[in-house]
Design a protein around this ligand. Structure first.
Ligand SMILES: Nc1ncnc2c1ncn2[C@@H]1O[C@H](COP(=O)(O)OP(=O)(O)OP(=O)(O)O)[C@@H](O)[C@H]1O
Length: 238
C-alpha cells in the first residue's frame, strides 16, 4: 500500500510537487501520466527516500518514508528506465546479489524459479547482463522484486525502447504481480500501456494531480483526449 498526504517538494522557488494525495492499494496498478517536468519522478524519488519532502508525508505499508526510509525500503522494489545491474555478472549472479542485499539467501533452484517466473528464457540465466536487451534486464528486475517478496513496486518509465511484444509481456508481468497483491506505481508517457495495465490512472501537470480515472471506466480515446485537454493541447476535442 502506498499513501501520500499533501506531499510537496520545492526545489528553491520551484514547486515540483504540490500537495499530492495518492493511494495505491494492494493489488492495484496506478499509472501516473504527465508531460516532462510534471512531477512524476519527483513523486517516485520521494517514495524511495532519495529526496526529502518540503512538507506533507508519504508511507509504504504504513511506514513513513521520510522518518523510516530504511524500513520502508524492505517492502519496495524499484525499476527505473535503465535498471542498474552488474553487466559482467550473469542473471543468476545479479539476482543472487540483490536478493542477498534484501536479506534473502536463495538456492540455485530458487533463483532459477524466480527468473523463470519473471519470464526470462532458461538459456539466458547464466549469460552476462551486458549481452541482455532492455526487456531482458527488466525481467531480471522483476525477478528481484519477486525474490524480495516486495509489496510495493515503483516503476519510472519502464517501457520506452521496448518493442511492442516486449512491452506487452512486461504488462503481463505486472498483472502477475498485481495478482500477488503488489501495489504498483508506474510513471509513464505510454498512454496505451497505461490503459492496458492500470487499475487507476492519474494525470499530472505542473506538480499537481489534475485528474484521476478508474482505468476500466475510460476508453483509450477518452483517456488520450483527457490528457491532451489537461495539457491545454490545441488539437484536444472540446
Ligand atoms: N534535483 C532537482 N533540482 C531542481 N529541480 C528539479 C530537480 N529534480 C526535478 N526538478 C524539477 O522538478 C520538476 C518536476 O520534475 P520531474 O523529474 O519530477 O518530472 P517528470 O514528470 O518525471 O518529468 P519527465 O517526464 O521528464 O521524467 C521539473 O520542473 C524539474 O525540472
Amino acid at each position: 500500500m502506498i499513501t501520500t498526504q499533501n506531499l510537496t517538494k520545492k526545489y528553491g522557488d520551484h514547486l515540483a510537487l504540490n500537495k499530492l494525495n495518492l493511494t495505491v492499494a494492494e493489488g492495484n496498478i496506478y499509472c501516473l501520466l504527465g508531460a516532462n517536468g510534471a512531477g512524476k519522478t519527483t513523486t517516485i524519488n520521494l517514495l524511495l527516500g532519495f529526496v526529502q519532502p518540503t512538507s506533507g508525508s508519504a508511507s509504504i505499508n504504513g511506514i513513513d518514508v521520510t522518518t523510516n526510509s530504511r524500513e520502508a525500503k524492505k517492502y519496495l522494489a524499484y525499476i527505473p528506465e535503465n535498471l542498474m545491474l552488474y553487466p559482467n555478472l550473469s542473471a543468476m549472479e545479479n539476482l543472487d546479489y540483490f536478493s542477498g542485499i534484501a536479506g534473502k539467501s536463495l538456492s540455485k533452484t530458487q533463483l532459477k524459479a524466480f527468473l523463470a517466473e519473471a519470464g526470462l528464457q532458461n538459456n539466458a540465466f547464466e549469460k552476462r547482463i551486458a549481452t541482455f536487451s532492455k526487456g531482458m534486464r527488466q525481467k531480471v528486475g522483476i525477478s528481484i522484486a519477486l525474490a524480495k517478496d516486495a509489496k510495493v513496486l515503483l516503476l519510472d518509465e519502464p517501457t520506452p525502447g521496448l518493442d511492442p511484444s516486449a512491452s506487452n509481456e512486461f504488462g503481463l508481468l505486472l498483472q502477475r504481480l498485481k495478482e500477488k497483491g503488489v501495489a504498483t506505481l508506474m510513471a509513464t508517457h505510454d498512454i496505451f500501456r497505461a490503459r492496458e495495465v492500470a487499475t487507476h490512472i492519474g494525470i499530472m501537470k505542473d506538480g499537481q494531480l489534475k485528474q484521476q480515472f478508474v482505468a476500466s471506466e475510460i476508453s483509450l480515446g477518452d483517456l488520450e483526449n483527457a490528457y491532451l485537454k489537461t495539457m491545454d493541447y490545441k488539437n484536444a476535442l472540446p
